[in-house]
Design a protein around this ligand. Structure first.
Ligand code: ZN
Length: 521
């Protein structure tokens, strides 16, 4: 290769400050190859033949990883903030429908879900992913359960809608884990709900057959997990920047998937090293009905049936007793908290302090997209506990990170020993990055050699973080930054957001505006 060609193929990004995973440092450059992978983080005065891109007045951070999304629910934003007049049949045997709750919201959500065409799902998903990109998210775990036509009949391609969501992610430039949902029934001793017929696949054989077809059609490589403290046994050891879409297994919940079905799809996932996501203990009614059906809580059921593993992510995991958490922790399973959705739906507070205490890694999701701002989810993880316990700095201790080489802060100090960087902010940011990566099988989440060049920048003069020193910048970003502070977003070395604007922003918004008019007027 000639010297000129080499210069073209390597890019060095030069921000004012670069987040190394522990602190912000000056004078560093992120060097990427032509395929969009990180070659190294180097001293900027030691660069040689790289093409240099200066990011003035910017701090660079690894792209955030949103571990739980239902992209189509973006159409609901602002449309459910009133007291429902639609109380119908009780969705679960002991569900109180005289109050506005998750369950009445769910009926409103279903009424939108039943009306969306494949093209609508593409447009709604593109809008959700655009917002994610604008907020610094570079990869998403899409918990996808809309499979069929509105009358419940499968499309000629039974994965048509999953592919529409995947196409939306690709067009916006995000990496996506398509977590294909298994959904078998309305609930234990519950009559079928016609609004759920787009989701249902009655038997695990049908589900697995369609899952395998999706894997084949996407041409994706199955993504094994990264085990904490052990060598990576990743089929893609360098986190290839070309890995843009892959697949995981998502039994919807213990309510919607009976135990035999659950055992079969989990066994398939384990055999093929696929990650498993499941809604767990989001609502008290889900727990009480599970106890009625199986004599065990959802967490106890999953644990005693041996269904939990380090590839398992329990989404929400709110209504869990502190007693159940140590044995959950032993399985290596993770928790995905979605605080902006959980507060919107009145779900409850994730006991993150207990999870942190037992070293359960917690990641974050924007779920219903009542709001899309993963840093808001990160701060709410802490703030909800403050409101509940009337205490500050609840998540200062423990070691929830999956970052290799990280050490526990056994002393309980709120600062790292080598500086004034808040360990709490570091941990919350890890929830939004490396922990999310492990949960969905994405290899980003850190600015390190061998990872894909997925990152975002913040404007150091943005009013929400202006005046921060390098030592307290991460705390300012995690606890106070506005989404408008995000200025550039790069995925696989390619810019998708520049100066706070996404490349296809106008088209995405225009088509979404049209969709909302058609849907709601
Ligand atoms: Zn969800």
């Amino acid at each position: 290769m000639s010297a000129d060609a080499n210069k073209e193929s390597k890019i060095a990004w030069l921000p004012d400050l670069l987040y190394t995973g522990k602190r912000f440092e000056r004078g560093l450059a992120l060097v990427c190859d032509a395929s969009g992978g990180i070659i190294k983080v180097a001293q900027s005065d030691q660069l040689t033949d790289e093409k240099k891109v200066r990011l003035s007045n910017r701090a660079m951070l690894p792209g955030m990883i949103n571990a739980h999304s239902h992209a189509f629910q973006r159409v609901l934003r602002g449309r459910t903030e009133y007291r429902s007049q639609t109380a119908g049949a009780s969705p679960l045997p002991d569900c109180d429908i005289t109050r506005d709750t998750f369950w009445t919201w769910r009926e409103m959500m279903y009424s939108a879900a039943t009306r969306l065409t494949p093209e609508d799902i593409y447009d709604a998903s593109r809008m959700a992913f655009l917002e994610m990109a604008l907020s610094g998210i570079t990869a998403v775990g899409e918990f996808h359960y809309l499979h069929h036509a509105p009358d419940g009949a499968p499309y000629d391609d039974p994965n048509l809608l999953a592919k529409e969501v995947g196409r939306a992610a690709r067009d916006v430039g995000l990496r996506i884990a398509l977590l294909r949902v298994a959904y078998a029934r309305s609930g234990y001793q519950t009559a079928a709900n016609p609004r759920q017929q787009r989701f249902i696949e009655h038997d695990p054989e049908t589900y697995v057959r369609r899952l395998e077809r999706l894997i084949g059609d996407l041409g994706c490589v199955r993504r094994p997990t990264v085990r904490e403290g052990s060598a990576r046994h990743d089929a893609l050891p360098n986190g290839r920047a070309s890995d843009t879409a892959w697949v995981g297994v998502a039994p919807h919940s213990v309510r919607a998937v009976p135990l035999d079905y659950l055992r079969e799809v989990t066994a398939y996932a384990n055999e093929h090293q696929l990650n498993v996501h499941m809604h767990v203990a989001e609502q008290p009614a889900e727990v009480s009905v599970c106890v009625e059906e199986y004599g065990r809580t959802p967490i106890a059921l999953l644990d005693t049936e041996g269904l939990l593993s380090e590839r398992f992510t329990a989404v929400h995991a709110i209504h869990v007793t502190p007693k159940a958490i140590p044995s959950f922790a032993k399985t290596g399973a993770m928790v995905c908290a979605c605080p902006t959705t959980e507060r919107n739906l009145g779900d409850g507070v994730v006991p993150a302090d207990e999870y942190f205490k037992h070293s359960v890694p917690v990641c974050l999701g924007t779920d219903s997209h009542a709001q899309i701002d993963l840093l808001e989810d990160a701060r709410e993880l802490e703030y909800h506990l403050r409101l509940q316990k009337l205490e500050r700095a609840m998540l200062h201790g423990g070691n929830p990170t999956v970052r290799e080489g990280a050490s526990a802060d056994e002393s309980g100090k709120s600062t790292l020993p080598d500086g004034r960087v808040s360990a709490m902010a570091t941990r919350l940011f890890d929830c939004a990055t490396v922990n999310g990566g492990r949960s969905i099988g994405a290899s980003g989440g850190a600015l390190e050699a061998g990872k894909p060049a997925d990152f975002f920048t913040v404007d150091l003069d943005d009013p929400s973080i202006a005046g921060a020193s390098p030592d307290d910048l991460l705390s300012s970003i995690v606890f106070a930054s506005s989404r408008a502070a995000v200025r550039e977003v790069i995925v696989g070395g390619k810019p998708i957001v520049s100066e706070g604007q996404h490349l296809i922003q106008e088209d995405v918004i225009e088509r979404f505006n049209d969709l909302q008019k058609r849907l709601w007027n």
